[in-house]
Ligand binder design. Structure first.
Ligand SMILES: [Zn+2]
Length: 142
């Protein structure tokens, strides 16, 4: 993994420094790795395994702490399923969890608009959400 930093990564590192975090090269690399894989909804275990290729010997607690740091910043969300910690983008969206084969996907944004509509009818403005729907995805499509 290269040390090249995207605009998003630069901004996050800057924000974390402002909040008093010591941004060691290890933390920067882990942050980069997390941002690059978050769309796939990786687990803590998967991120820890991936980190070994970039930073051999990185402990699982270091990966966990980096995840928590990014969650406190509002960059990512975490959720637990079957005792596993998953990470996800913080933007409002609906996750579909398929049991067989196991996969987590984001539902299209049309679903989000429909949910907003349902809430608006009840005078509720959506501010944030973490929706996880367990689905049987054996049929075609999702
Ligand atoms: Zn998601």
């Amino acid at each position: 993994m290269s040390l090249e930093m995207s605009e998003e990564l630069k901004n996050i590192v800057e924000e974390l420094k402002n909040r008093g975090y010591r941004m060691t090269p290890q933390r920067v690399l882990l942050t980069k790795m997390i941002l690059e894989t978050v769309e796939k909804h990786p687990t803590l275990k998967e991120l820890h395994e991936e980190s070994q290729g970039v930073l051999p010997g990185t402990g699982v607690s270091t990966v966990y702490n980096t995840i928590m740091m990014l969650e406190s910043l509002g960059v990512i969300r975490v959720f637990y399923l079957d005792g596993k910690l998953y990470i996800d983008r913080a933007r409002p969206h609906v996750n579909i969890v398929c049991k067989e084969p196991v996969a987590i996907k984001d539902l299209d944004s049309g679903a989000l608009e429909e949910i907003k509509g349902v809430l608006e009818k009840r005078n509720i403005k959506l501010e944030n959400m973490l929706v996880i729907i367990m689905g049987n995805c054996k049929n075609k499509g999702s």
